[in-house]
Structure formats: structure tokens, C-alpha cells
Ligand binder design. Structure first.
Ligand code: SAH
Length: 261
């Protein structure tokens, strides 16, 4: 029996090659073959993959071609990496790619990555949650060619008034605006758009409101690779009043600290 290699689905992070995990970097360094997802993650591959590694960009491949390539590589290499942007579990066709591997008896595992949702909030110095403002984050998209399942249209989700990170939708900003308005978000609701979050020298941060964010993005020339965030937490750095986190409140006792008088 020939022994087959293992396929690793590795999250490359949002773009800055230093935002891959140490585990992901180590796997790339020992990889015999890497299938990477387009221009978004090529820098991590060129930096960390060893000389002689078989490297293939998946941007012009079908799912069937990708699985065939991965299985083929696993016949001759112990470590094969499928490198994906951000985290592999978000909009990454992970299960579709993994099923045929399981069927072929090939072992696979996932190494998580820093999602662009996290990187976008980090770039702007914003928090996804704030005490008494929102304790919930919704990761979603608006309907493009991929239909949204029942009950997940943005207007319904926006009714929660939580932080909403909207992927894959920068060209559909009009739909985002319509949905937020339908859910009753006021025109002065703060919004954030981050283009190429964490990319050295290429990141753009645009702040605005429901009323003007589309216009501001147009002025900034942002038409792709952007995260849209609508959240009642945005801009909290400059608020006059802010509820305190219980964990760090001097009057709050917990397992590791006694309340001061
Ligand atoms: N798995 C990825 C998402 C892939 S879907 C993740 O966890 O981030 C691709 C979408 O992700 C893009 O349309 C954009 O909305 C977002 N995205 C990916 N990289 C980004 C970045 N560096 N900055 C802002 N948005 C990004």
C-alpha cells in the first residue's frame, strides 16, 4: 500500500504575511505542495514555502480540478497545504473540498486563520462588542449570485442592532443600505469600510454613516476586497459615556480579584 500525505487547510490570515499562525507558517515551510487562493495570499506562499515546493494558484481551477490536484500531490508529498484567505471556515468552500478527500481516504485538518472581519476592526481600532451596547456579532453577506437562505436577509439580521460584518458585498453597497434602512437604522448610523485590511501599504479605512458611506467609498476608489461593518460600537473611543466592563470594574469581585471598597 502506498502511504498518502495529509492535506492541511491553512488560514493565511487577511493579507499581512505576519498574520498567519506559527502552525500555518511551519506547515508551509515543510510543504511539498501548496494550492493557494489567488492574489490574496501569494505573499505568504512565496515567503514561507521551501525551494522545490510545487505551487499552484487556484484562481482558474474548478472545484474538481482542485481536489484532483490535491489528491495527486498527496501521493508524493507528506504535507500538502491548501492556503486560504482569512479563516478557512468562512466563505472558503471548505466542506466541498474536504468531502472528496475523505472519500478518497486522505487525511485532512484545518488550521484556523485571522479572519478579515477581525483584521478590519483591528485596523480601525474598534471593538466588535461593548458592554450594554452589543454583545453579538453577525458575519454575513448580501445576496449576489449566491442566494441567501430564508430568514437571513440583511434586513432581518439588522433588526438585532448588533455588530454586522458584511463580506463579499462592496459592489452591492446599495443593497446593504436598503436593508439597514428597512431595519430602521437611522441615517447617522456609523459605518466602516476597510479595504485590504492589514496589507502593508495598501490598507484603506473609510468611516462614514449610512447616509454617506457609499459616496465615501466611491471617493476612496474602493471597489473590491473590502469589509463593510455596521455597528453601534463604532466610534466609541470618542463617546462621552461608556458602560464599564464588569471584569475590570473595581467594584466587581470575581475568581481572580476582590472588589475594592
Ligand atoms: N475566509 C475569508 C473570507 C473570504 S471571502 C476571511 O475569513 O476573511 C472574501 C471576502 O472577504 C472579500 O470579499 C472581503 O469582503 C473580505 N476580505 C478578505 N480579505 C480582506 C481584507 N484584507 N480586508 C478587507 N476585507 C477582506
Amino acid at each position: 500500500m502506498t502511504s498518502l500525505g495529509k492535506i492541511w487547510f491553512v488560514g493565511a490570515g487577511p493579507g499581512d504575511p505576519e498574520l498567519i499562525t506559527i502552525k500555518g507558517q511551519k506547515l508551509l515551510a515543510q510543504a511539498g505542495a501548496v494550492l493557494f487562493a489567488g492574489s490574496l495570499v501569494d505573499r505568504a506562499v512565496t515567503l514561507y514555502a521551501p525551494p522545490g515546493c510545487a505551487i499552484r494558484d487556484s484562481k482558474d481551477m474548478t472545484l474538481e480540478e482542485m481536489t484532483a490536484w490535491l489528491i495527486e500531490q498527496a501521493r508524493s508529498h507528506a504535507t500538502v497545504v491548501r492556503l486560504q484567505t482569512g479563516d478557512p471556515a468562512l466563505y472558503g468552500a471548505l466542506i466541498e473540498l474536504a468531502r472528496p478527500l475523505s472519500e478518497a481516504g486522505i487525511e485532512w485538518s484545518v488550521v484556523p486563520g485571522v479572519s478579515s472581519a477581525m483584521a478590519s476592526m483591528a485596523a480601525a481600532g474598534e471593538s466588535m462588542t461593548l458592554p450594554e451596547v452589543t454583545q453579538t456579532v453577525i458575519l454575513t453577506r448580501v445576496e449576489g449570485r449566491t442566494p441567501m437562505p430564508d430568514g437571513e436577509d440583511l434586513a432581518s439580521l439588522a433588526a438585532h442592532r448588533s455588530t454586522i460584518c458584511i463580506f463579499l458585498s462592496i459592489t452591492l453597497m446599495h443593497k446593504v443600505e436598503t436593508a439597514l434602512r428597512a431595519a430602521g437604522w437611522p441615517e447617522d448610523s456609523p459605518m466602516l469600510v476597510v479595504h485590504k485590511a492589514s496589507w502593508p501599504g495598501e490598507e484603506k479605512i473609510v468611516r462614514g454613516t449610512l447616509a454617506d458611506i457609499k459616496q465615501r467609498c466611491r471617493q476612496a476608489g474602493i471597489a473590491s476586497q473590502a469589509m463593510i461593518v455596521a455597528s453601534p460600537t463604532l466610534g466609541a473611543l470618542h463617546w462621552e459615556t461608556l458602560a464599564r466592563s464588569k471584569l475590570y470594574d473595581p467594584t466587581f469581585t470575581h475568581r481572580f480579584r476582590k472588589a475594592s471598597a
